[in-house]
Design a protein around this ligand. Structure first.
Ligand SMILES: NC(=O)CC[C@H](N)C(=O)O
Length: 426
């Protein structure tokens, strides 16, 4: 039984708040940690939160975002779209199920660090192989706990995304930390190249039978060959595609469109990925060169790149959407889906050509959550139909993508037959 003695000191001087907690540490002795937030060079007043450190030590700068998911912290930690960001979980209790072998969404953790209210003092789960703190330390990811995540979330909601610094280095002054935050930026930076795979490879794993949630036979006949552009792709996108009967070749973010078209895939996926879509014009160019040639499906970053490739603009949202409970309306069916989301940028639908249809909207703020350009066999979602973690409401999007490819194949077979008949006639 652990008793938690805490004292709170609250000092509010020109927008700066400081909390101090003393509690029995859940792991080894806690190291002091300064977590400072500053909103930009324009807003020069920062806030300093003292917390306890777990995972790796050091000094790290990044953008702070909050995620409202109640479950799935390991899948969130391994989502490459968090590269360059501190992930603050609003769920106050994290670490209680440890980490396991199955919930990895990529080959490593790319995020800048983890910010939580309370780190579980023990782990208990039949799949657990390691405690969260040890897992993060091995991956050189900093974490802090015993910090008022609610106060920081309110600050982020009020001021928008902020740059923060985590430091366990006592020799650094608060002024130095604030200076670090003020001289760092995430906008306009290509973060995709740091998370993408280096060489093309095949992907075969499906969702395992014990986790499969729909009777899933996949289409009859030759499997559809999908090329998946890895802008930081989550493994569950690949597993869901495989479960829908696709044969998948994963290619790096810089893989030329001409090479992709050379292997005549049935379809192309543009994946999720970190950072600013306007900072990766080479990827937009690739998307442009593939649109109209084969059916394409863009997810999150992939959706934003499609938006730009179709002539639209993207913009940075105030604090984005990160969580497993975002309501989205499918404007074609009228159905509401509860979706998993993780993005700071969005497509401005008013900048798109008239032929492009907005298929989904986020019901929290009316932002564009899905697009289609039927004549070009283009579909895209701003959120995550693969969930992991999150609800499965939007899984049907993979079926729709397979149907797009199916229609293409039927058309091609028809025209093949026509050519064959003409050849017979000749
Ligand atoms: N999940 C993602 O693909 C994130 C998309 C993009 N990097 C954003 O933050 O908006």
């Amino acid at each position: 039984m652990v008793t938690k003695a805490f004292s709170v000191s609250f000092a509010d001087i020109t927008n700066s708040v400081s909390f101090r907690f003393a509690s029995k540490p859940p792991t080894a002795s806690p190291r002091p940690c300064v977590f400072s937030l500053t909103c930009s060079a324009v807003f020069l007043l920062g806030s300093i939160w003292n917390a306890k450190s777990f995972g790796a030590s050091g000094t790290q700068v990044g953008e702070v975002v909050f995620n409202t998911s109640l479950t799935g912290y390991q899948e969130i930690l391994t989502d490459p779209s968090y590269a360059g960001q501190f992930l603050l979980m609003t769920n106050p209790h994290i670490g209680n199920t440890g980490v396991n072998f199955d919930d990895e969404e990529s080959r490593q953790c790319f995020l800048a660090g983890l910010v939580i209210r309370s780190l579980s003092i023990s782990t208990s789960n039949w799949r657990c192989v390691k405690a969260l703190g040890d897992y993060l330390a091995e991956r050189n990811i900093m974490g802090i706990y015993d910090v008022d995540t609610r106060a920081i979330t309110r600050r982020l909601r009020q001021d928008g995304s902020l740059i923060g610094v985590l430091s366990t280095d006592n020799s650094k002054t608060e002024q130095e930390l604030l200076q670090m935050a003020q001289s760092w930026d995430i906008v306009g930076v290509d973060l995709i190249s740091g998370v993408s795979c280096m060489t093309p490879h095949e992907w075969v794993d499906k969702t395992e039978d014990e986790w499969e949630f729909r009777p899933n036979k996949g289409p009859a006949g030759e499997p559809f060959h999908v090329v998946a552009y890895d802008f930081g792709i989550k493994h569950n996108i690949l597993r869901r595609l495989a479960s829908y009967g696709c044969k998948i070749t994963v290619v790096p973010s810089t893989w030329p469109a001409s090479e992709t078209l050379k292997i005549k895939p049935d379809g192309v996926i543009f994946s999720n990925g970190p950072g600013d879509p306007s900072a990766v014009p080479y990827a937009v160019e690739t998307v442009k060169n593939i649109i109209g040639k084969v059916p394409v499906f863009g997810i999150c970053m992939g959706h934003q790149l499609l938006g730009r490739a179709l002539g639209g603009k993207t913009f940075k949202m105030k604090f984005g959407h990160h969580g497993g409970n975002h309501p989205v309306r499918n404007l074609r069916t009228g159905h509401v889906e509860i979706s998993a989301q993780n993005h700071n940028y969005a497509v401005d639908p008013t900048t798109l050509p008239n032929e492009v249809e907005v298929t989904h909207i986020n019901l929290n703020d009316g932002s564009c959550a899905g697009l289609a350009f039927p004549s070009q066999r283009v579909m895209s979602l701003q959120y995550h139909p693969e969930a992991s973690p999150g609800p499965h409401d939007s899984d049907y999007a993979f079926r729709e993508f397979v149907q797009l490819m199916m229609r293409d194949r039927k058309k091609a077979n028809k025209s093949l037959k026509l050519v064959a008949v003409q050849a017979l006639d000749a």
